[in-house]
Design a protein around this ligand. Sequence first.
Ligand code: ZN
Length: 191
Amino acid sequence: MSYSDYARAFMRQNPDVLMIGEVRDEATTQIALRAAQMGHVVLTTLHTRDAPSAIARLITLGAETSLIASAMLGILSQRLLRRVCTHCAEPDRPDPKVMARLPNIPKDAGFLRGRGCAHCLKSGYRGQVGVFELMHFDDDLRTKSLGGVDVKWADDVTFDRLYDDAIAKAARGVTSLEEVLRVVPLPREAS
Ligand SMILES: [Zn+2]
């Protein structure tokens, strides 16, 4: 059985919630969207750069923009950042030139970096922390997302970006500024 065969078989059970591990082909995309339109809560994952790009990805998988806009409840994007090692953390003084380019840095920011020790195998990092951005689909976002593949429409949408969550966690010393710059896409105004 293919992935979409399984999804079709599950649909016959009339589930309240359908969890599809990953949408990666046209057949599964169609089933996921049809199920969502019929009132089932569908949870699934996609590999994309950020939350708005999930719309573009679904369109390249053959979904109609209007169907996506009407069926979507929300998109949560996440990435993992390394945590600063608590055994060797020390205050970090980032380059002012770098800081000047970065928006939304909290005023009371206390950046930390790991010096490197036996606990973190000299890397300065130990463990990981998730950073998130959530696009909740209300009427406004439904209309704007009809903009489709060119996700410039997302510039006009207010939501907490991956960058904002990441910079807030770096400002509390959970992760380092260097790690944020390595992993998280910068807001358009900073790049
Ligand atoms: Zn350490």
